[in-house]
Every structure is written in structure tokens, then in C-alpha cells.
Design a protein around this ligand. Structure first.
Ligand code: UD1
Length: 349
């Protein structure tokens, strides 16, 4: 095992991986995983939705200050400069707008930013003969699945938000590109619900304004930033009437990106993997687990259903497990403990 780790690290050494959105929530954790696996990450981030102090925190965790460029990754000319300076052996593309509600109000912002940046990067990847491209997709592409756990063969469903639609369109762009340019291998990772933070509490999620997602709302309520959490509906056909989701620790999700770069790849084409735990947890289970593991209480009430919520969505993760050897290491309790460690240090900041 030790030999394998050393061998893999030696193989990866000096393999430079471009990470767009590398200072963001999932991006920063992936940068840490890359460094720990012996890769050299090169970050591009315009910091519109992330903070520069995260780069120092990555340094504190890994003892390495990653190279970072500040610009919008849709900018072809600036991308070309980076690719001329560094021999890039792979691209992991996170940079995108991701607020579901905002995308309904500002659809063109989402169509422009999320689609343009992907097209720019794919063009550069082809120009510079980059062998590997990993795209940050979402289980939102399934819409409300007919059956759970949902596997990668489930049909693409109806997605209500422009944000969700950009993920569907971007997947299609990736498919068409992989088909036309067979030297480029593209991996689509469909994330379920990423939560948690690095166990050190040094990096984590930084929601802008009032969080839409459950776990940041829970941690902010526990911290006294929000008065009360509203549980959106308790009359769903689930274990306790509240919606069920598949909450995946962000460090496990980060490791999935590294796994997606590692397998032997003689051929191009598109590979699709669900990245989830395979376990469903209800909203009330999340709240109770958070309270138990952190020994505190979260003020909450039951409210109306939120429009567009599916009753239950969780992953069949057998494909990524058998083909890439990836398995989640952390439990829901771990993720909720780490999310709280992160929130507490933010309060003190
Ligand atoms: C949402 C997005 C999805 C995106 C993901 C990113 C929608 C329809 N989907 O997923 O596209 O990829 O975030 O993480 O918006 N909840 C409450 N109270 C709250 C907040 C949430 O009860 O204050 C419940 C929701 O009803 C849901 C669960 O918690 O059942 C998880 O919600 P959320 O964290 O917003 O994630 P999703 O809606 O699953």
C-alpha cells in the first residue's frame, strides 16, 4: 500500500493540473487532494465568489503555495499565456455560477458565464493537446429521477432552473467534443450534495448572503447568524416526511477528481460518474445528526414545501467504485462535525 502511494506520487510528480475555480468550495479541497497525491495544481480564479485567504489556508494545510492566476477563465488569450508558460497535463473545471435561485432571475448571466468558460477551456485543451478534462456536473441533470438510487444510465430529466440547464448543456458540449476529438478524454462527475469542510477547519464553504443550501443554513443557525431553520415540508413519501438527499463530504468529492485523472487512458471519449455516498438522509436526520455530533441544538420549524424539490435523490455509486476504485471515507457525522469546525473559526475571524 505504501509502495503504491509512493509509486503513484512519483508518477504524478510535476504533472501540472489546471484547476479553474480552485479557490472555491470544491475547488480548494481538490487542490489539497491534488497536492497530497503528488500533482502540481495551477489555479485560475477570478475571486468573484471566493476569497484569496483560501490560498494561504491551502498553504497551511499542505505547506505549498499553489500557483494562482486571477482572471476569468473564459478569456482565451489569458488562458493561452498560462498554457504557453506551463505544460498542463489535465484540466479540472469548476469555475461556474451555481446559485439556483439567482439563475432564475439572471438566466443570461448563467448561460454566458457557465457555457462560455467551458467552450474556451475545451478549445484551449484541444489546441494544447491536453489529454484529460474533468467537468464539474451535478445530479441536477437527472431532474426528479423515476427511481432511486439513481445510476448514470438514468435519463436526463427536466430541470427547472437555468443553472440546472447549463449543467445539461455543458454535458452535451463535453460529449460532442469528446466524440469529435478522440485524443481528449472527458470525465463528467455528477455530484450529489457536497457538504462539510476540511477536517482542519481551515477551508470550507463560503456562501454569499443567505444560504440556500441546507448545511450552511444549519451551521449559520447554530452560530446565531440565522434565527431559525425552516424545514421545507414534512409530507413527502419518505422515512419521516422530509426530503432525502445524498450528502457527500467535500474531501471525498475532491478525491474523486484525483481518481478521475489517474486511470490508464489509451482512448478518449466521455466517462460519466455519480459522486455520492449511496446513502439517503432526510432533512431531519441531518439536523439531528448535526445536533448530536456537535452537542448543540438548532432552532428549526417545519414549513411549506420548497418549489421544485424532489422527494428523494441519492446515488448508485457502484460505477465510480468499480471503475476508479473510489469510495467515500467520511460519514455524515464526520461531515457535519467538520462543517461546524469551519463555521466556528469563521465566527472568530
Ligand atoms: C441544490 C440544487 C442543486 C445543486 C445543489 C448544490 C435545487 C433544486 N437543486 O440541491 O441543483 O447542485 O443544491 O448543493 O435547488 N432544505 C430545507 N431548508 C433549507 C434549505 C434546504 O429544508 O433552508 C432542504 C431542501 O428542501 C432539500 C434539502 O434540504 O430537501 C437539501 O437542499 P439543498 O441543500 O438546497 O440542496 P438540493 O436542493 O438537493
Amino acid at each position: 500500500m505504501l509502495f503504491l502511494t509512493i509509486f503513484t506520487e512519483t508518477m504524478n510528480k510535476d504533472r501540472k493540473i489546471l484547476v479553474t475555480g480552485g479557490a472555491g468550495f470544491i475547488g480548494s479541497h481538490t487542490v489539497v487532494s491534488l497536492i497530497e497525491s503528488g500533482f502540481t495544481p495551477i489555479i485560475i480564479d477570478d475571486f468573484r465568489n471566493s476569497e484569496k485567504f483560501i490560498l494561504d489556508r491551502i498553504n497551511q494545510i499542505t505547506a505549498l503555495h499553489p500557483i494562482a492566476y486571477e482572471f476569468d477563465c473564459a478569456d482565451q488569450n489569458k488562458l493561452r499565456e498560462v498554457f504557453t508558460e506551463h505544460e498542463i497535463g489535465g484540466i479540472i473545471h469548476f469555475a461556474a455560477d451555481k446559485a439556483v435561485g439567482e439563475s432564475v432571475k439572471l438566466p443570461l448571466k448563467y448561460y454566458e458565464n457557465n457555457i462560455q468558460s467551458l467552450v474556451s477551456l475545451l478549445k484551449i485543451a484541444i489546441e494544447f493537446k491536453v489529454p484529460d478534462f474533468v467537468f464539474s456536473s451535478s445530479c441536477t441533470v437527472y431532474g426528479e429521477p423515476d427511481k432511486v438510487p439513481v445510476d448514470e444510465n438514468a435519463p436526463i430529466g427536466f430541470t427547472a432552473s437555468p443553472y440546472g440547464y447549463t449543467k445539461q448543456v455543458c454535458e452535451r458540449i463535453c460529449r460532442d467534443t469528446a466524440y469529435a476529438y478522440s485524443n481528449l478524454k472527458i470525465t463528467l462527475l455528477r455530484y450529489f450534495n457536497p457538504i462539510g469542510a476540511h477536517p482542519s477547519g481551515l477551508i470550507g464553504e463560503l456562501p454569499l448572503g443567505v444560504p440556500n443550501n441546507l448545511v450552511p443554513f444549519v451551521t449559520q443557525t447554530a452560530a446565531g447568524i440565522r434565527d431559525q431553520l425552516t424545514v421545507f415540508g414534512n409530507d413527502y413519501p419518505t422515512v419521516d416526511g422530509t426530503c432525502v438527499r445524498d450528502y457527500i463530504h467535500v474531501c471525498d468529492l475532491a478525491d474523486a477528481h484525483v481518481a478521475a485523472l489517474n486511470p490508464s487512458k489509451e482512448e478518449g471519449g466521455v466517462n460519466i460518474f455519480n459522486v455520492g455516498t449511496g446513502l439517503g438522509s432526510s432533512v431531519l436526520e441531518v439536523v439531528r445528526t448535526f445536533e448530536k455530533v456537535n452537542n448543540l441544538s438548532v432552532n428549526h420549524k417545519i414549513g411549506e414545501r420548497r418549489e421544485g424539490d424532489a422527494a428523494a435523490v441519492f446515488a448508485d455509486n457502484s460505477k465510480i467504485s468499480s471503475e476508479l476504485g473510489w469510495k467515500p471515507k467520511y460519514t455524515l457525522s464526520d461531515a457535519l462535525a467538520h462543517a461546524w469546525t469551519w463555521q466556528k473559526q469563521l465566527n472568530e475571524k
